[in-house]
Design a protein around this ligand. Sequence first.
Ligand code: ZN
Length: 50
Amino acid sequence: MNLLQLFRCLAGEHKANERRVRLTYNGWRARCRGCGRKMVRFNDGWMLHR
Ligand SMILES: [Zn+2]
């Protein structure tokens, strides 16, 4: 949990934990460094997983 990042999360700016990225059959997956929510990598960057 990263407190500074958590504030960014509240503003809608999530950031993937690049050190814990996993490649699955659905693509690259990671957790947000601030709030821990699941994220998915697209061509233009990381998005929250729905
Ligand atoms: Zn977040």
